[in-house]
Write a protein that binds this ligand. Structure first.
Ligand SMILES: Nc1ncnc2c1ncn2[C@@H]1O[C@H](COP(=O)(O)OP(=O)(O)OP(=O)(O)O)[C@@H](O)[C@H]1O
Ligand SMILES: N[C@@H](CCO)C(=O)O
Length: 317
């Protein structure tokens, strides 16, 4: 029997880094067919004890014990930050994003949970306070606080993190006609493990090159210079270190770029790859190619997306 839902909330999938902005850039995406790609959280009732049930395509990738679920942990973190006891809730999570995928799965659950609790309990936290709570919770999973999944999943769009600024992040322009193919092969790669292979230090020359590509990309976005933006899409930090974890990347990139794809990069910590296509026909062909050559099992997921301009929100019936 269908359970009665008091309120339903959603947060979109996201791609951290966007190749040029390690830990500093992140984008939210949505399928072009109008479907939702992200986790959905239902508040079912106020109950004597907190409870969580889970369904969805990727429920089997989550811990069986729901007290270990990030949704449950987010409830207690929210309550602790508020500093007063809250009524317990009966919750249901539709786990639509694969875990350890590079699609910001943990961030998506964290964002939808904090957004839902804040909305349901009368919005006690400001946007900045809530984003900080989300980032701290995400840091608990991946081993270090980074905003490049939580910020776009919460706020939508392409977000640039602003370290040391009270604003935390700023939305950047984007090319509305770009289509982004997300291809998750079906294998799990934990963010923590993918961060352990990163270099601990960068040379001065490397640091300048990284700052240069990121600045070039951002200035090209503001200048509406599509060709320069595409040319700037190089990952000088994470990709060299993570290539051994995703050895197919170079040959897939060579093939797809020869067919006109603007860029193929690692989405977040991987193993999802994202392909930037400058038209929809090419995106459809690219999705077909990646599904045939990169998908590895039944958990694989390939979707043609556009930038999701909206982030977390309540869903009306
Ligand atoms: N609701 C949830 N959604 C996702 N992961 C969860 C959830 N609850 C608990 N977890 C646990 O959190 C960890 C998430 O790991 P990780 O950060 O590597 O995944 P991820 O967020 O999908 O990665 P990425 O950000 O690269 O997409 C896993 O150990 C998973 O079991
Ligand atoms: N910036 C993070 C994103 C994780 O999804 C990383 O690359 O480790």
């Amino acid at each position: 029997m269908q359970k009665q839902v008091i309120k339903r909330y959603y947060a979109p999938a996201s791609t951290g880094n966007v190749s040029v902005g390690f830990d500093l850039l992140g984008a939210a995406f949505e399928p072009i067919d109008g479907s939702l790609l992200g986790d959905v959280l239902d508040i079912l009732a106020e109950t004597p004890q907190l409870s969580l049930t889970i369904s969805g395509r990727y429920v089997h990738q989550l811990p069986a014990d729901t007290t270990e679920n990030l949704i449950t942990q987010a409830f207690y973190a929210f309550e602790q930050a508020l500093g007063k006891p809250l009524p317990r809730l009966s919750l249901h999570l539709h786990k639509n994003l694969p875990v350890g995928s590079g699609l910001g799965s943990s961030a998506c659950s964290i964002v939808v949970a904090f957004y839902a609790f804040n909305d349901y309990f009368g919005r006690p936290f400001t946007q900045t306070q809530l984003l900080t709570l989300m980032a701290i919770a995400e840091g608990g999973v991946s081993g270090s606080v980074h905003y490049d999944n939580v910020a776009p999943s919460y706020l939508g769009g392409l977000q640039l993190m602003l370290p040391e600024s009270p604003k935390l992040c700023r939305q950047l322009p984007w090319f509305a006609h770009w289509r982004v193919v997300l291809c998750y092969p079906g294998t799990v790669l934990s963010t923590k493990a993918a961060r352990q292979v990163l270099p601990q230090q960068l040379s001065l020359a490397h640091s300048i090159a990284f700052a240069g590509t990121l600045s070039r990309f951002i200035s090209a976005l503001y200048s509406d210079d599509e060709q320069d933006a595409v040319s700037a899409l190089h990952d000088l930090i994470a990709e060299p270190a993570r290539l051994p974890l995703i050895p197919e990347l170079l040959s897939l990139r060579q093939t797809l770029m020869a067919e006109g794809v603007a860029h193929l990069g690692i989405s977040g910590a991987g193993p999802t790859l994202f392909a930037v296509c400058q038209n929809e026909a090419l995106a459809t062909e690219t999705a077909d190619y990646l599904q045939r050559h990169y998908a590895k099992n039944q958990d694989a997921l390939t979707v043609v997306c556009r930038l999701a301009t909206l982030g977390a929100r309540a869903l009306e019936d």
